[in-house]
Design a binder for this molecule. Structure first.
Ligand SMILES: Cc1cc2nc3c(=O)[nH]c(=O)nc-3n(C[C@H](O)[C@H](O)[C@H](O)COP(=O)(O)OP(=O)(O)OC[C@H]3O[C@@H](n4cnc5c(N)ncnc54)[C@H](O)[C@@H]3O)c2cc1C
Length: 308
């Protein structure tokens, strides 16, 4: 006889999608475990303020929102374990998850492993990581009080975090590959209206230089090829995102960019395995979507377990 799994539902990742799924799963009387490799909250921990999440008319700090999700999940009895899942064995009715610290079994699995920032991949980036190079304004912004910082990127995250940095930095220079921003119009307007923000268009960082800490960046104008050097104390990088998927390669179908392929009910290619949030294909990569996906995945897991 097959071994009885320890949990009804195991959720890989304690970000917005995973926590939303956990609340719905445990309230459906399913024994539910969330496995998180770093810190409960995921990307919202790196988000200065969230002001587009319905139900919060005033901006809320990302870490505060993460705390509220966790509090709600804990109140209903969700269990949490800190571990990094490295491999999945998904054949058959008992799904096995192999982590660095242990092995876990469940009837259904919800993958909400999200994603992380892309790196510039230029000389100096690794050398000065934590000493002037950052991917998180909320975490590191305060180290740059009254200093000049550079933000790389032209999307929502770059503008959001650039605007946040204007509160403490004396200037924020945005370096962007194109000559217009991708960010939503309201963020663009705020960035253009902010006297502390300036823009270097059609340019890319070729090198980050310093002496213990960051002192300057080498820029290439992508239209003219001109190389220049500009002083800066900090470089905040927001140039895109990739899904975290190493542990599931070969276990579920992924799209060309490495996102988990799901249908509208969050079913993956494997029965009893669901995916939600930023890791799934066609995600809008917004909190509200991650939460909605998590709910849909939990309800699908409930139907899978109870209806077979
Ligand atoms: C700087 C920034 C600003 C943003 N601002 C906004 C905003 O204003 N409004 C908005 O709606 N959205 C915003 N977003 C996007 C929003 O934060 C994300 O869409 C949302 O948090 C995604 O949630 P998720 O649960 O899918 O993934 P994540 O938040 O990425 O969570 C995934 C979790 O899984 C864990 N994990 C990964 N692999 C493993 C493994 N192998 N084992 C165990 N655990 C694992 C990770 O550690 C992580 O905690 C912002 C994002 C960033 C980066």
């Amino acid at each position: 006889m097959a071994e009885e799994p320890t949990y009804d539902v195991i959720i890989i990742g304690g970000g917005a999608a995973g926590l939303a799924a956990s609340i719905y799963s445990v309230r459906a009387m399913l024994k539910t475990l969330v496995i998180e490799r770093q810190a409960i909250g995921g990307q919202i921990l790196y988000t200065g303020e969230v002001e587009n999440y319905p139900g919060f008319p005033e901006p809320i700090a990302g870490p505060d929102l993460a705390m509220l999700y966790e509090k709600q999940a804990t109140r209903f009895g969700v269990e949490f374990v800190y571990d990094t899942i490295t491999r999945l064995e998904l054949d058959g009715p008992v799904k096995k998850l192999i982590g660095e610290e242990g092995e876990y079994t469940a009837k259904a699995v919800i993958i909400t492993s999200g994603g992380e920032h892309n790196k510039l991949e230029v000389p100096g980036e690794d050398e000065f990581a934590g000493r002037g190079v950052s991917y998180c304004a909320t975490c590191d912004g305060n180290f740059f009080r009254d200093q000049d910082v550079t933000v790389v990127g032209g999307g929502d995250a770059a503008m959001d975090e650039g605007l946040y940095l204007t509160r403490m930095a004396s200037s924020v220079t945005v370096v962007h590959r194109r000559e217009e921003l991708r960010a939503s119009k309201i963020l663009q307007q705020r960035a253009f209206d902010n006297p502390k923000m300036s823009f270097v268009w059609n340019s890319a960082i070729k090198e980050i230089k310093g002496d213990g800490d960051v002192k300057s960046i080498v820029l290439e104008n992508l239209k003219t090829g001109e190389i220049s050097e500009q002083d800066t104390n900090g470089v905040f990088v927001y140039i895109g995102f990739h899904p975290i998927n190493e542990f599931m390669i070969g276990a579920v179908n992924l799209d060309a960019a490495g996102h988990v392929v799901t249908d509208i009910q969050m079913n993956t290619s494997v029965p009893g395995v669901f995916a939600a949030g930023d890791v799934r294909t066609f995600s809008e990569r917004q909190l509200a979507n991650a939460v909605g996906d998590g709910v849909a995945a939990a309800l699908s897991a409930y139907r899978y377990i109870t209806e077979g």
